[in-house]
Design a protein around this ligand. Structure first.
Ligand code: ADP
Ligand code: MG
Length: 292
């Protein structure tokens, strides 16, 4: 069982989008996969079609009330993909767990006690380095770091690297970086190419060859509660996420070309303003987003 945390304390870098779509493609490639939604916003939960209001057992009950983890495993429309949903009560969990013994190992223990077996367990971490993310990192074998192709992409990464060091020193010495995934790429801007080359300098061959473009379809899919593999399997975003999974599984037979992405599916050209500290992805991101 391989446990991978999708982690970056920055919001809006496509952690959730990547966790959903990579989990879905792992399942469609025959791997029994469990997605665990550790974010109180529950976007991974709704993104695979689970109605947030109908959840009876969530990761909150597992972490806080110590219910058997198997009772929280919920099926999705993809046969081999299951999810442990999040719920809004998870917002309180960071505070409530503070005085609990072994608070950092709650998730790890729960998974050790799990009866069901999976090939992959994918954690969608919240945009912070708080106790929920720490539970994810303590329980995981490895981390996938999604990085958005934008100004200041590398900002905050040293903090993330320090956190990973701290986790290795104190909670999980064998934690390693599985891969770095470049997201929200827009090759019409030089910026995207610059950021990719910077990140490649920093992380070397940890960076996946497949780079996820900024596309309308990827923004739309969660609103329908569907991974891109179901929503529009022929779209360029679908192909790129499937290629990441092929790289993960060592069955990659495609050479990545950036021209692949110069299609009508792309989002309108972003208005980039270097001095502006708002994220560049808003035009094609939050507007049609699934809502908090
Ligand atoms: P995070 O989990 O890191 O906060 P999300 O996966 O929620 O990030 O993505 C942030 C926003 O950007 C969401 O509205 C999502 O639909 C959108 N988004 C993510 N990836 C893409 C993409 N490749 N193309 C277009 N929009 C995207
Ligand atoms: Mg998220």
């Amino acid at each position: 069982m391989k446990k991978i945390a999708f982690c970056n304390q920055k919001g809006g870098v496509a952690k959730t989008t990547s966790a959903i779509n990579i989990a879905a493609y792992l399942a469609l490639h025959g791997k029994e996969t469990l997605l665990i939604d550790l974010d109180p916003q529950a976007n991974a939960t709704s993104g695979v079609g689970i109605n947030k209001r109908e959840i009876t057992h969530s990761v909150y009950n597992v972490l806080h009330e110590h219910i058997p983890v198997d009772t929280a495993i919920t099926p999705t429309d993809i046969e081999k993909l299951k999810i442990i949903p999040s719920s809004i009560s998870l917002t309180g969990a960071e505070v409530e767990l503070v005085n609990v013994m072994g608070r950092e190992y709650r998730l790890k223990k729960a998974l050790q006690e799990m009866k069901a077996s999976f090939d992959y367990v994918i954690f969608d971490c919240p945009p912070s380095l708080g106790l929920l993310t720490i539970n994810g990192l303590a329980a995981a074998d490895s981390v996938i770091i999604p990085i958005q192709c934008e100004y200041y992409a590398l900002e905050g990464l040293s903090q993330l690297m320090q956190t990973l060091d701290l986790i290795r020193d104190n909670l999980n010495e064998s934690l390693f970086i599985e891969g770095v995934l470049m997201t929200l790429a827009d090759y019409r801007t030089n910026l995207t190419k610059e950021v990719i080359s910077e990140v490649r300098k920093y992380f070397g061959d940890k960076v996946y060859d497949s780079i996820i473009p900024r596309t309308v379809k990827l923004t739309e899919a969660p609103g329908f509660g569907k991974p891109i593999a179901i929503y529009d399997p022929a779209s360029i975003g679908a192909k790129k996420y499937e290629n990441v999974v092929k790289e993960m599984l060592g069955i990659k037979d495609v050479v990545e070309k950036e021209e692949d992405t110069s299609e009508k599916e792309l989002c309108p050209e972003p208005v980039l303003n270097k001095g502006d500290d708002t994220n560049g992805n808003q035009e094609c991101g939050k507007e049609t987003g699934q809502g908090a």
